[in-house]
Design a binder for this molecule. Structure first.
Ligand code: SF4
Length: 377
């Protein structure tokens, strides 16, 4: 084998695997075998890729090629069943990935989203024992965006994840939970550590591998952006893409710039214009996420202003009462305030759902992901 061999296989697409096997002097069909072993069988090491000949596995190993599966360093189990995984990458950096049985953050309001989805699929109500599971995936080590209500922001950004590391997180958790798409239904939300649109190429390559290899359909994936406007247009042009969520959090520029400094670069006019131009598929709608901060963005007039801002868009709003954390100066609003805010939106014709926090006790809820070591210190 020559020296052009990749170190890690995870993250390579079929074309790249084909180039590798040809360079190794192997027949081209081997690429399909490796692709299947990596993404469908989800083998953790080459030894277990028994569809490949022993000789070929040994030759790959001798050339320093391995699967490159990230390892689970720690698990934190919440009283609500959520598991926060600390995942270690090959350079010893860590990211967090969250497993949320029975939905991402849950929803209350005028009928759950899960119920709506089932209704579209022909069920009148969730069948007995019905479950859905969501994995929240990280895209960077830390984050550079600096949203003022977010624990991850306190880390700054260390580096982008590779496509293999993004896919590897999902596979490590699927293996740990003994869950196997496409037979088991799994939703993915790219809402963990990092801003996916600041690592767009690796993120979108991971999406393609998760769809074509792992077997999770794109309609079960959602990516959330803090508002990197040019990448919203890029996502719109992708033939295979997740649904789009925009982390909005304020109904006017003054307030948004205060809590999300990136609004200076891409203000609400630009952001909402991109949202209005985003081509929605059949039955798809946009999501706006709105973290409610006590006495900052949670008044009735903020609610009315928000309804006006997104008027006419095929969209829903997910309301998240701030998940508190050390070093965050904002406070969580009272439950009644959250309900009133929801009512202001629904009265204005905007579907709004309250997300129940998941795993707040283990710092796994929205905006709380931060490397455990630093939370503990
Ligand atoms: S909310 Fe998201 S985009 Fe904003 S700092 Fe936190 S991880 Fe980054």
């Amino acid at each position: 084998m020559n020296q052009q061999m990749p170190k890690n296989l995870l993250g390579l697409d079929l074309q790249e695997l084909a180039a590798m096997v040809v360079a190794a002097g192997e027949p081209a069909y081997r690429a399909q075998q490796i692709f299947h072993a990596l993404y469908s069988e989800r083998v953790p090491s080459l030894d277990q890729a028994t569809s490949l000949s022993k000789e070929f596995r040994a030759a790959l190993g001798a050339a320093g090629v391995s699967v490159g599966m990230p390892s689970i360093q720690k698990r934190f189990l919440s009283s609500d069943g959520t598991v926060r995984y600390l995942i270690e990458l090959s350079d010893s950096e860590t990211v967090e990935t969250v497993w949320m049985p029975e939905g991402d953050e849950g929803e209350t309001g005028d009928g759950s989203e899960a119920g709506e989805e089932l209704a579209r699929e022909g069920f009148e109500r969730p069948p007995r024992g019905w479950r859905r599971t969501t994995i929240c995936v990280s895209s960077q080590v830390g984050c550079a965006v600096n949203c003022q209500f977010c624990l991850t922001a306190l880390l700054g950004v260390k580096r982008n994840l590779t496509a293999g590391e993004i896919v590897g997180q999902v596979i490590a958790v699927l293996r740990d939970q003994n869950v196997s798409p496409p037979n088991d239904r799994v939703n993915l939300v790219f809402m963990g550590m990092g801003e996916p649109f600041l690592n767009f190429e690796n993120f979108i390559k991971a999406v393609r591998l998760l769809v074509a290899g792992v077997g999770i359909t794109e309609s079960r994936m959602t990516v959330s952006t803090a508002g990197i406007v040019p990448r919203i247009y890029d996502l719109a042009a992708e033939p295979v893409r997740p649904k789009l969520a925009i982390s909005l959090n304020a109904p006017n520029d003054d307030l948004r710039t205060q809590i999300m400094p990136l609004n200076k670069k891409w203000d609400l006019e630009k952001l909402i214009a991109a949202a209005r131009e985003f081509p929605l598929r059949n039955r798809e709608r946009l999501t706006f996420e709105y973290v409610l901060l006590r006495e900052i963005n949670d008044s009735e007039s903020h609610g009315r202003e928000l309804a006006e801002l997104i008027h006419g868009l095929k969209a829903k709003v997910n309301l998240i009462a701030l998940n508190p954390g050390p070093g965050i100066e904002f406070k969580t609003p009272e439950e009644l305030r959250v309900l009133e805010f929801q009512k202001t939106l629904t009265n204005a014709g905007v579907p709004a759902y309250i997300r129940r926090p998941r795993g707040r006790d283990i710092y796994a809820a929205c905006g709380q992901l931060k490397r455990t070591v630093e939370v503990a210190s």
